[in-house]
Design a protein around this ligand. Structure first.
Ligand code: RIB
Length: 337
């Protein structure tokens, strides 16, 4: 939405005169009021929002904190938040916490200084509710993608445990019995995916999958498999479930380097369905999250809270996930199975 300064410039008056014309609290000539109105109509400027702005001292800015802007998952999330913001006459500022706890708290505190009207927060470290509340004060917050321990703050997340279950059932249906999970332990989303996968796996009387730590990056997936699988290690497995796509792709690189073919020797399933998942050869089988929608809905809830000056309702919104079968999974051919 246009700013009050733009309306003032085009109407040839000062921003103060525009605000007087809007609020009606001070006398403004009929001619000036008409000119201001014409410019507002041309620019699609909303007097209601402008008046609210002036009354509350709001900035019409939303903050979005994400843990990794290099992961296109978060680019898509940002697009959803931005779309909702623009639709409602807000703008968005993006903060990248780099999965770093201290940086995340620093951004939360910066936001408290009223640089923005509210924040959509995708946590990338095990931030506690107390830390979040102390850092943000009364600034409204909506959680997206990741929940914060011990908090009943309004949140929009995917059904992560169900996604893990879908991945496991798919692999079991293809005859796999031994699996490795690559997971970023300590983050609820990843823990829930790993748990959902393991629970489904053992419910078929299969051996407990081996869990290896990763960090939601391509290099992390590569390194996790390098450390755990090689000539000196003795893990029987024919399937890998990575709790995000980047780790799945990094793992695939390492498997191919050590002479294991995907999917002939090892099947791989990721999580997210980032845009590149369908571009690799073979395409990555993965669990799809509608991340744009997560971002859009979280921002809508935040904006409703700001516009009505009431805290976002303490509700947990869980979105469906979907298994997307591509070329990295196939029938198990391994002797061990
Ligand atoms: O790829 C990044 C991951 O971090 C996604 O799976 C998202 O859900 C978040 O938890």
């Amino acid at each position: 939405m246009a700013t009050i300064a733009e309306v003032a410039r085009l109407a040839g008056v000062s921003p103060t005169t525009v605000s007087h014309a809007l609020s009606g609290r001070r006398a403004v000539s009929e001619e000036t009021r008409r000119r201001v109105q014409e410019v507002m109509d041309e620019l699609g400027y909303s007097p209601r929002r402008a008046a609210q702005n002036l009354a509350t001292g709001g900035t019409r800015l939303l903050g979005l904190i994400v843990p990794d802007i290099s992961n296109s998952f978060f680019a898509e999330l940002a697009k959803g938040v931005e779309e909702a913001a623009i639709d409602a006459g807000y703008n968005m500022v993006l903060c990248n916490s780099a999965f770093n706890h201290d940086r995340e708290l620093l951004y939360l505190e910066t936001i408290r200084s009223r640089a923005v009207d509210g924040v959509v927060y995708a946590a990338g470290s095990p931030t506690t509710h107390r830390e979040m509340a102390d850092s943000l004060g009364s600034i409204p917050v909506v959680l997206v993608d990741e929940e914060v321990l011990g908090s009943n703050t309004c949140s929009f997340v995917s059904d992560n445990a169900e996604g893990g279950r879908l991945a496991a059932e798919h692999l079991i249906g293809l005859g796999h019995t031994d699996a490795i999970i690559l997971s970023m332990a300590g983050l609820a989303s990843s823990d829930d995916r790993a748990q959902g996968f393991s629970d489904a796996w053992v419910s078929h009387d299969l051996p407990q999958p081996v869990v290896i730590g990763g960090d939601f990056t391509y290099d992390g997936g590569y390194a996790a498999l390098t450390d755990a699988v090689g000539p000196l290690h003795d893990i029987d497995f024919s399937a890998v479930f990575a709790t995000n796509d980047l780790m799945a792709l990094g793992a695939m690189k390492r498997l191919m380097e050590i002479g294991l073919h995907v999917p002939q020797d090892v099947s791989v399933v990721g999580f997210d369905d980032i845009n590149i998942a369908g571009m690799t050869n073979p395409g990555l089988t993965t669990v799809r999250q509608d991340v744009w929608q997560l971002g859009f809905r979280a921002a809508e809830a935040l904006i409703a809270s700001i516009d009505t000056s009431s805290p976002p309702p303490a509700e947990r919104h869980v979105q469906r996930v979907e298994l997307i079968v591509r070329g990295t999974t196939s029938l198990c051919m391994s002797d061990a199975d």
